[in-house]
Design a protein around this ligand. Structure first.
Ligand code: ZN
Length: 128
């Protein structure tokens, strides 16, 4: 299952940012997921909970923020967010567009009981 490997990658990143041994005070792991990242968020949450069960991260929650899809029009050169996902320029109607964001998947922040650990160098993937 695709979401299982994504959950494993998320935990790998979380491990890198937490002290060793991992404290059991983690409340939230916040991730950003583009709407085109092809992730089933329910399934990812399920995998995260299954993988953290019985570990120091048990009880922590995966908080998923969906990021909009942005396109760049090849004809009029305007950037637009598209929602719903109609792949044409809302300014001029042209359908020759480039997707400039919306496929990313990143760990954003790890929230512990008493502090927030910002995560950088966190890109899991950012496919074309
Ligand atoms: Zn346009």
């Amino acid at each position: 299952m695709h979401e299982l490997s994504v959950a494993q990658e998320i935990l790998g990143i979380v491990d890198q940012y937490l002290p060793n041994p991992v404290p059991n005070s983690v409340k939230f792991v916040k991730i950003n997921v583009g709407k085109l990242a092809n992730i089933l968020t329910d399934s990812l949450t399920f995998c995260y909970e299954a993988l953290t069960e019985g570990t120091a991260l048990a009880g922590s929650k995966l908080q998923i923020t969906e990021l909009p899809v942005k396109i760049l029009c090849v004809r009029c050169n305007k950037e637009s967010e598209i929602d719903p996902l109609i792949f044409a320029c809302p300014v001029c109607g042209n359908n020759q567009i480039k997707i400039i964001s919306g496929t990313e998947l990143r760990v954003d922040e790890i929230e512990l009981d008493d502090e927030i650990e910002p995560v950088s160098e966190n890109q899991i993937r950012d496919k074309e």
